[in-house]
Write a protein that binds this ligand. Sequence first.
Ligand code: PLP
Length: 411
Amino acid sequence: MCDPGPVREIRQSDKLKNVRYDVRGPILVEAQRLEAEGHRILKLNIGNPAPFGFEAPEAIVADMVHHLPEAQGYSDSQGIYSARTAVAQYYQGRGLRDTSVEDVFIGNGVSELISMVLQAFVDDGNEILVPAPDYPLWTGAVSLSGGVPVHYLCDESNGWQPDLEDIESKITENTQALVIINPNNPTGAVYSEQLVRDLVEIARKHDLVIFSDEIYEKIVFDGLQHHHTASFAGDDVLCLTFSGLSKAYRVCGYRAGWLMISGPKHLAEDFLEGLTLLANMRMCANVPAQHAIQTALGGYQSIDDLIVPGGRFYEQSMTAYKLLNDIPGVSCERPQGALYCFPRLDPDVYPIEDDEEFVIGLLRAKKLLVTHGTGFNWPEPDHFRLVTLPDVEMLTEAIERIADHLATLRA
Ligand code: PLP
């Protein structure tokens, strides 16, 4: 027999020490274990419309299929010309001056672009202001790139608006950038024009770059208007706007997102050179999906039918919000947009010490998966996020399961 020799344990890199992404973490592993045992699990942990009966606009699918034969090769690393033109024109139409195809990067979803931008931008020890709660890729990607995510508070008692004083109090000489997520995941808050202006003013005053994640820009309720941060950043604040097809066009699986760079680009030439290097190193984004971008941004916007009374996104969101508030000891701010509810469990009623354990308990007892609030870098174990994508009937049944489970936990 051959001597196997010393067996070396292969460990993950130290770079991952502070990196978490709980939405698909141990809670999902446990859900998959239960599925393997034969249980049917209702998964309300991921904002992915397709499994809940949402279909992409037909023209988008048709466009991709049409272009498949000619999409076999790599494209330009920044993206195909028609997609970048469409994105540039989209922002020009919204009042952004001085933007061109050169300022647009197409990526495999916003996710890839967030990671690339932070790798290109962050030096070890740089502090980046990230909202709490946040979409956890932001915190994870800052840590992975050697930076320090510094969380600023979004205030639940004030409609989950960012606390401007808290932001200012956390700015140090190491602070380099401010992340804004509007409309917000997980809270569903949509920021007023004044609030966006105030956030930009803080960035201006402290010479911060703004990363504005606007992937839910078209999912806003009650006739609210979404305000692009870049519209107020002017010529003197560098603003990187992220958006894409995943949510508004219901094609998360196509992996199509974009980055629009605006403001004093002449001061950012070195950074942009670094970003271009990283874009080159990964060749290009998925080419067939890039062809869908021009079609998506032009023409009829079917998302508009989903966000008004009678439309599925609106009705489901409002149903979830109302039913959650009917549960004793549960309170939920009314979502103004996006695809989630982020309810609070009164700690006097539900003395939960570990919210991930709470989620796993709910999963095992009720075969329903939500995500714990600390997974969104919320500091207390007293929230969870529910995806509001199932139809009203399924959502009602899911919230009944939550209510039943909570009844067993009441102090
Ligand atoms: N940003 C936010 C706030 C999100 O909620 C998500 C996905 O849920 C993303 C970015 C990533 O989107 P994409 O599918 O474009 O990678």
